[in-house]
Ligand binder design. Structure first.
Ligand SMILES: Cc1ncc(COP(=O)(O)O)c(C=O)c1O
Length: 473
């Protein structure tokens, strides 16, 4: 029956199920609407060249599911309640749409929006191989509810990896698997609130995406300025906070690497106030010009919780991350997961464990480091040529640059002009606290992970024009 578009794959068998699936998808897509009368089972069987019993079975199945109604004398129709999927339900009036990704739509041809790796480089084949290998060898009983702190194989692999690559002080008992840094952070903040913490210090500027989550956790969030050496520890000491969230490996967004002196000061501060440092190991995988500095947690494991994820090294979509915490806190985090969400998806955890074990993760990072370094070089050089008045920060690591625009530039105006030329860029002002935003030099945060060198050079040229036109206009 061609006009109903019910394609059948005879070799695949289960023809009644195929017919039922074809009707469901026709209803979901809106191709068949409520009340539409269907051909009799005899007619449809003839058109599809199947036995009548096959169509009767499909109709019965769909009637049982509520997709069809059959009435004597009226034939079989699409049920009034069967609706096409018409996207997400409308939001209540006045409600803001959820905004996990403040990236503007549509994505422009030159996408320099920061915050994600080169998604086209996800190692699909090697990930499939790791997942297949895990699935083939795992006993059935691992498919039950997992250890809420993470499957032992992954905690062990991560403990080894983080000790080797980040100089972390780890053992599997300190590692708790979380659904990314954001999840680890929100769980930790719950525990800190229960311990009586009320003030959380956060760098200024900081990742704007995290601020609503930090504020929703019930803390008074105080912002502490960042200078050329990283977070200002004297200013931190004046806030009254005993917990601080920092990005020492590559400050987000300025790209400053916390200096040795500041690292020492920060640890002395934590000891002095009996406090806790939440170390977001942001961009630590991508250090280009020398060996990465080891994490703070390795220096002061009882006062630092290390938070990391595969969001930048593999893909944010995996939602896989970890917290490395002092043993007592690791136990509480694990209990927290047990009490709130019963743990994360197990097969992905085993796949990552296998990927780490087999060396796939190291190989992927080596490839990506080379690729990103070359892209960074291309963008930094092109900015030098096309935007000579700008100052580029944060080149030593990560997958974005912090570009201070020539004095007098209007960052919003430049971003809007760049957007009209097809270049998507993020202004830096929203990342500063309202108190400092007015004094911060105009700047852009440019993510370079997803564009080839040639396209980055083209984007820099367009950006240069947007700045020049802004100055002339
Ligand atoms: C500085 C910073 N840390 C952490 C995160 C969250 O990362 P994850 O995907 O691991 O939850 C973000 C996300 O935008 C971020 O900007």
């Amino acid at each position: 029956m061609t006009d109903l578009h019910l394609p059948l794959d005879r070799a695949a068998g289960r023809l009644a199920a195929q017919i039922a699936a074809g009707f469901r998808s026709a209803v979901r897509s809106g191709r068949l609407t409520a009340g539409t009368r269907l051909p009799s089972s005899r007619d449809l069987a003839r058109d599809l060249d199947v036995s009548r019993g096959v169509v009767v079975a499909a109709y019965e199945q769909l009637t049982a599911e509520g997709f069809l109604v059959a009435r004597r004398g009226d034939g079989t129709r699409i049920a009034p309640l069967a609706r096409p999927d018409d996207g997400p339900a409308p939001l209540p009036r006045g409600a803001a749409p959820p905004s996990p990704e403040p990236r503007p739509e549509p994505v422009l041809p030159y996408d320099l929006w920061p915050g994600q790796p080169d998604l086209s480089a996800f190692p699909r084949e090697r990930w499939i191989a790791a997942a297949r290998s895990a699935l083939r060898t795992l006993p059935h009983d691992v498919l039950t509810y997992p250890d809420p702190g993470g499957v032992p194989a992954l905690r062990a692999e991560l403990a080894g990896y983080l000790a080797r690559v980040r100089a972390a002080h780890t053992d599997p008992g300190r590692v708790v698997i979380m659904n990314g840094v954001a999840h680890g952070l929100s769980a930790l903040l719950r525990l800190l609130r229960a311990d009586g913490h009320t003030v959380l210090a956060v760098e200024d500027p900081t990742s704007v995406r995290q601020v609503p989550m930090l504020e929703a956790s019930g803390f008074r969030v105080v912002r502490v300025p960042v200078d050329g050496e990283g977070v200002d520890v004297d200013a931190l000491a004046g806030t009254g906070a005993r917990a601080v969230l920092v990005t020492p490996a590559h400050q987000y967004p300025t790209g400053v690497v916390l200096s040795p002196a500041r690292r020492a000061e920060l640890i002395a501060w934590a000891r002095g106030v009996d406090g806790l440092i939440l170390e977001d190991d942001y961009d630590a995988e991508f250090r280009y010009d020398r060996e990465p500095v080891g994490c703070l947690q390795g220096v002061e494991p009882d006062r630092v919780v290390l938070l990391g994820s595969v969001s930048k090294s593999l893909a944010p979509a995996l939602r896989l991350g970890w917290a490395v915490a002092p043993p007592a806190m690791a136990v509480r985090l694990r209990e927290h997961r047990g009490n709130t969400d019963l743990g994360g998806p197990v097969l992905e955890q085993y796949a990552l464990a296998e990927f780490l074990r087999g060396g796939g993760y190291d190989r992927h990072l080596r490839t990506m480091r080379r690729r990103y370094r070359s892209r960074r070089d291309a963008l930094a050089e092109a900015l030098n040529v096309h935007l000579p008045g700008a100052t580029v920060h944060g080149v030593s690591a990560g997958i974005h640059l912090y570009v201070e625009l020539p004095a007098g530039c209007d960052e919003d105006d430049v971003a809007a002009r760049a957007g009209r030329a097809g270049v998507s860029v993020a202004g830096a002002r929203p990342l500063w606290s309202p108190a400092r935003a007015g004094h911060a030099p105009p700047a852009l945060v440019l993510g370079y992970a997803g564009l080839t060198e040639t396209r980055l050079v083209e984007a820099a040229e367009l950006l240069g024009r947007a700045v020049t036109q802004g100055a002339e206009g």
